[in-house]
Ligand binder design. Structure first.
Ligand SMILES: [Zn+2]
Length: 313
């Protein structure tokens, strides 16, 4: 048995599975807000997974960790992670090994999502494909001739920080017009806020007075047919189409796979996104592309982290 953990700024997603890829249990716990709290929650997540799957401690052979941010996977260190700021040069592998007694491995979370999709998802049917993880930001991955391309330091494919408007919105990376300012869950929230005054009757306007405005709320209202929500997802789809057309021209993929929390709302933006790619990408590149949403929802990266541990154990 092997455990995979995807550690994000808000939640830790965990899965326990066997070497054939049968998922025995999955769970999510909060990340916490300090080193001690996050360690405690990681151990709690491991305990829940063992309990749910009726696995004894000595049956877990390895733990794979997928983390956001800059990592040194060979040293097992998270160098810096914008969403987990209390992890600075944090030796996550050494700590989790010490606390859990299990051999532990570390990989970048976007790479883990690709490994997960390649192992158990739609990626297994193709040799050249790209993946975009639409969450707070936008992560990416590419499989070229059957091999995930990770770059020199293991952090390639930052699709979120490729520009679609050189004079556009200011990104937290310092550039203008980055794709993640236009096609992420954060973009959904920001565009909704900036368009609210044009839709005074929108249920979103009423709801946002009582609860915090999230992409999930906008998604719920799109399902109710709210005009503002539908408009925002339409816009997001058009922007994603521009970004993905660029990627199609570079990678000439057989398939484009979407993951991350925002992909749950795919029915409201994917048609516009595909239409954008079909309009903008080069002839010879854009034909016969298969579009998918990951079948494992938010757990794809946790599955890939487990696979990474399995392969390196
Ligand atoms: Zn950027």
């Amino acid at each position: 048995m092997v455990i995979g953990l995807d550690i994000g700024g808000t939640n830790i997603k965990g899965v326990i599975l066997d070497s054939t890829g049968i998922i025995c249990a999955q769970t999510s716990v909060p990340t916490g807000k300090a080193i001690f709290e996050t360690e405690k929650n990681i151990l709690h997540c491991i305990d829940i997974l063992q309990e749910l799957s009726h696995t004894k401690k000595n049956e877990v052979e390895a733990i794979g960790i997928g983390s956001a941010g800059a990592i040194d996977k060979h040293k097992g260190i998270v160098v810096t992670s914008p969403n987990i700021p209390w992890w600075k040069n944090y030796p996550v592998v050494q700590q989790i090994h010490k606390l859990s007694g299990c051999k532990t491995f570390l990989e970048n979370d976007a790479n883990c999502a690709v490994f997960g999709e390649m192992w158990l998802g739609n990626g297994k049917h193709y040799t050249n494909w790209i993946m975009l993880t639409l969450g707070t930001g936008i992560g990416g991955g590419a499989v070229i001739d059957g091999v995930p391309y990770t770059g020199r330091a293991g952090s390639a494919m930052e699709f979120g920080h490729t520009t679609i408007d050189y004079n556009g919105l200011l990104c937290k990376c310092g550039r203008k017009g980055c794709l993640e300012c236009y096609g992420s869950a954060t973009a959904v929230v920001n565009f909704t806020k900036s368009h609210m005054n044009m839709y005074p009757d929108s249920t979103i306007v009423k709801r946002s007075k009582q609860e915090s405005l999230t992409a999930q709320l906008v998604f719920e209202e799109a399902q109710n047919g709210d005009a503002l929500a539908v408009y925002i997802f339409n816009l997001i789809g058009q922007y994603l189409g521009i970004g993905i057309a660029n990627l199609v021209n570079i990678f000439n993929p057989e398939a484009v796979i979407l993951g991350g929390g925002l992909s749950n709302a795919h029915e409201f933006f994917m048609p516009q996104m595909i239409q954008g790619v079909q309009t903008l990408a080069l002839a010879g590149m854009k034909e016969n592309i298969h579009y998918y949403v990951t079948s494992y929802g938010d757990y794809t990266a946790a599955i890939g982290a487990a696979k990474y541990a399995l392969d390196n154990f």
